[in-house]
Design a protein around this ligand. Structure first.
Ligand code: NAD
Length: 437
């Protein structure tokens, strides 16, 4: 199949490279000329494990190339994916569809022969109808079908997720889109990944319902963690105790500082707005959003409480800035609110992150960036683990303690056991680990 991917960000680039690896001919297009130039020079604009080798081998095999102009690739394509951003719209929390609509208009002008246009971006219910309308208006003679194929990959494990998905969801209204979409994903039949064909609106809603459910599950365990602290219970044991029930499952039951990232915050918000517009409010999701919003600053208060209520003039080391490990993505990272709240309270921050510091610097310009966890901890009154990078799992606690002003560890990801850190001389504050009173 000849495939074009419009948008070469976290989703477009990974999807494009994986589709090329399946044997398709793929052109990844992006408006950002610097990104395309970097890709053409063998560089990778984002951090994603394994992506550099995957891109390099498929470029070398002649199956993957990069363009800033979509005209020629779209004219020769069987399937054109739209993988551009759909951030939250300023002001009202709806999804901003301006990039999707602009891409649809451009694609329309370039179409030649029957082509399937597929929204891979996360888009609200009804967007496929609108894309169809835009393309038809811009090019009344075009022969095309619009499908929905939401992406479920996770940053940090994106290649594995794309190549071995739990399921592939495809929404179509025009039967002519079925065969090309089956051909795109045929290589995955070997992995027995189920492909689920639905109506286009259903497919669009599946993506939001999935993300909202996961955000709700995280928020549920976070609230249970707060209760654990009050009643003297251990949230990790509660998670295990409920997660072993097959109806519940163990994933997304790790209590922490609240969800962040480029998807859950904007997608829960967009879904709640859609539901309100259709007078079918999703109160569970509205509550999830509200609980998560307050949680991040509450984590800063936890740090302040660990330092006896006063952090003014004190140095605090923050380990981990990205919203989760194995990515450089800083969008809506909990660290942003936590660092801001600590700075507001008068603390001075030294931060370290294995991959996120470059993108963090413009977002958190007034803090110090250290070259290692140990350098961040020097002179600090407390060490706060915000993101559970592997590199933070086996820190030399004695070495840390020796260089800190006071040995306080606030472990917002429950990476360490209290016995372990206390044996090294730390005062330990975790999440949801209550002690009986
Ligand atoms: P991103 O911001 O990393 O990438 C989007 C890219 O699209 C940018 O490089 C931008 O320059 C480019 N672009 C915008 N308009 C364009 C146009 N008209 N022509 C060509 N290029 C254009 O975004 P992302 O994280 O890859 O997300 C893309 C979509 O996928 C979103 O809808 C998101 O919700 C969804 N999604 C993201 C993830 C994730 O983990 N990041 C997972 C599943 C779904």
């Amino acid at each position: 199949m000849r495939i074009v991917m419009i948008g070469s960000g976290y989703v477009g680039l990974v999807s494009g490279a994986c589709l090329a690896d399946f044997g398709h001919d793929v052109v990844c297009v992006d408006k950002d000329a610097a990104k395309i130039e970097k890709l053409r020079g063998g560089g990778i604009p984002i951090y994603e494990p394994g992506l550099e080798q995957l891109v390099a081998s498929n470029v070398a095999a002649g199956r993957l190339s990069f363009e800033t102009d979509l005209s020629a690739p779209v004219a020769g394509a069987d399937v054109v994916f739209i993988g551009v951003g759909t951030p939250a719209r300023r002001g009202d929390g709806h999804a901003d569809l301006s990039y999707v609509h602009a891409a649809a208009k451009e694609i329309a002008q370039a179409l030649s022969g029957f082509t399937v246009i597929v929204t891979k971006s996360t888009v609200p219910v009804g967007t496929g109808d609108e894309v169809e309308r835009i393309v038809r208006e811009a090019n009344p003679d075009a022969d095309f079908a619009v499908a929905s194929n939401p992406e479920f990959l996770r940053e940090g494990a994106a290649i594995e997720d794309f190549k071995r998905p739990d399921r592939i969801v495809v929404g179509i209204e025009d039967e002519r889109a079925r065969a090309p979409m089956e051909a795109v994903y045929r290589p995955l039949y070997l992995n027995r990944s189920p492909i689920l064909f639905t109506s286009r609106r259903t497919s669009e809603l599946i993506k939001y319902a999935a993300n909202a459910f996961l955000a709700m599950k995280i928020t549920f365990i976070n609230e249970i963690a707060d209760l654990c602290e009050k009643v003297g219970a251990d949230v990790q044991d509660v998670s295990r105790g409920i997660g072993l029930d097959n109806r519940i499952g163990p994933k997304f039951l790790h209590a922490g500082p609240g969800y962040g990232g480029s998807c859950f915050p904007k997608d829960t918000s967009a879904l709640a707005k859609t539901a309100q517009d259709f007078e079918s409010p999703l109160r569970l999701i509205e509550a999830t959003i509200a609980i998560n919003d307050t949680r991040k600053r509450a984590m800063a208060r936890k740090v302040i409480a660990a330092l006896d209520g006063d952090v003014r003039g004190k140095r605090i080391a923050v380990l981990g800035l990205t919203f989760k490990p194995n990515t450089d993505d800083m969008r809506e990272a909990p660290s942003l609110s936590i660092v801001q709240a600590l700075t507001d309270a008068g603390a001075r921050i030294s931060a370290y992150d294995p991959e996120g510091m470059e993108l963090a610097k413009p977002m958190l310009p007034d803090i110090d960036y250290a070259a290692s966890p140990y350098a961040a901890a020097e002179g600090a009154a407390a060490l706060v683990i915000v993101t559970e990078w592997d590199a933070f799992r086996a820190l030399d606690l004695k070495r840390l303690k020796a260089s800190m002003a006071s040995p306080v560890l606030v472990d917002l990801r429950n990476v360490y056991r209290e016995e372990e850190t206390e044996a090294a001389g730390f005062r330990h504050v975790g999440i949801g680990r209550g002690t009986a009173t």
